[in-house]
Design a protein around this ligand. Structure first.
Ligand SMILES: [Zn+2]
Length: 166
């Protein structure tokens, strides 16, 4: 087995109430649109799970983070589907001579429950990274009503990933 490297990713997006007319960004996590009355404040589509995985992959190979690679001052990333960021990070991992081993993600969100969509999120990440779904783990937690996350005003994600040299 080749060199093993670890990467860590973290992201948080503020969640704001969606207007009744449906204005505002819907809550999207792991490429799945969730039914919720709040959505992320973001320049892109605000997918905190994809963003944290992207940063974990980039961190594992010692490359600039998502904010440096895809600045939110760039109009091309307005409402961007974050799958583009994740796919680019995966491409960079392969180009650096590594394969993605496994990743473990913790999504902290008060509402809604993630269990109905967790498998879809895993499948999406596995597909974009080109890894077996067994290598992608997602845990959903609440913040026990404590602080902004617990009051439903933000979503927070932590990810660790291992990449293995070829
Ligand atoms: Zn983000």
């Amino acid at each position: 087995m080749g060199t093993i490297r670890i990467g860590h990713g973290y992201d948080l997006h503020r969640l704001e109430a969606l207007a009744p007319a449906g204005a505002g960004r819907p809550l999207i996590l792991g490429g799945v649109r969730l039914v919720h009355d709040r959505g992320p404040v973001a320049h892109s589509d605000g997918d905190a799970l994809y963003h944290a995985v992207t940063d974990a992959l980039l961190g594992a190979i010692g490359q600039p983070d998502i904010g440096q690679l895809f600045p939110d001052t760039d109009a091309r990333h307005e409402s961007q589907d974050s799958e583009v960021f994740l796919a680019e990070a995966a491409r960079r991992v392969r180009a650096a001579g590594f394969d993605v081993g496994n990743l473990d993600c913790t999504v902290i969100l008060e509402k809604p429950k993630l269990s109905p969509v967790k498998e879809q999120m895993r499948a999406n990440i596995a597909r974009v990274l080109g890894v077996d779904v067994g290598g992608v783990n997602i845990k959903g937690k609440t913040n026990e009503k404590v602080d902004a996350v617990g009051e439903g005003r933000a979503v927070e994600v932590h990810v660790v990933v291992l990449v293995v040299g070829r």
